[in-house]
Design a protein around this ligand. Structure first.
Ligand SMILES: [Zn+2]
Ligand SMILES: [Zn+2]
Length: 143
């Protein structure tokens, strides 16, 4: 629905000087664009977000978040599992001592957050890797 008004155009021409200025004012109003409601989007620098969701072990986006309870650092469950199996009883990020796997806690809420930010992690990482290859000028396979 438009709130624009036709009225001013239909006003009689035999107006006095004051009336004319009123008509002009009305015309000016008419030319104004209707106010567009501001869209509720924010611009996010995805490279910053990407850093936040990076697993310090595999440097990929965290899959199946496992949080270290002592320091709240996050890793892929697989990555931190592997690290502990190899006998690294410390947080790979800050070296906080980890007595056992009981120091780790799954963080499904974080998984949901990541899934929301990166609905298609595989595709995102594939493109990221492709652009990285390009950046480094690595020769393409098969050439
Ligand atoms: Zn990882
Ligand atoms: Zn840590």
């Amino acid at each position: 629905m438009s709130s624009r008004q036709k009225r001013s155009r239909e006003e009689p021409l035999e107006a006095t000087e004051t009336d004319i200025s009123e008509v002009i004012d009305a015309d000016t109003d008419e030319d104004e664009e209707e106010e567009v409601e501001e869209e509720e989007y924010v611009t996010i620098d995805m490279s910053l977000v990407r850093k936040e969701v990076e697993c310090p072990i595999c440097l990929g986006i965290i899959r199946k978040t496992s949080t270290v309870m002592e320091c709240l650092h996050r890793f892929c469950r697989k990555c931190i599992d592997k690290s502990m199996r190899l006998g690294n009883k410390e947080c790979p990020s800050c070296r906080t001592h980890l007595a056992s796997r009981r120091s780790l806690k799954d963080d499904p809420n974080y998984d949901i957050l990541i899934a929301t930010l990166f609905p298609n992690i595989d595709k995102f990482e594939e493109e990221e890797f492709a652009s990285l290859e390009e950046e480094l000028g690595l020769p393409k396979k098969g050439i």
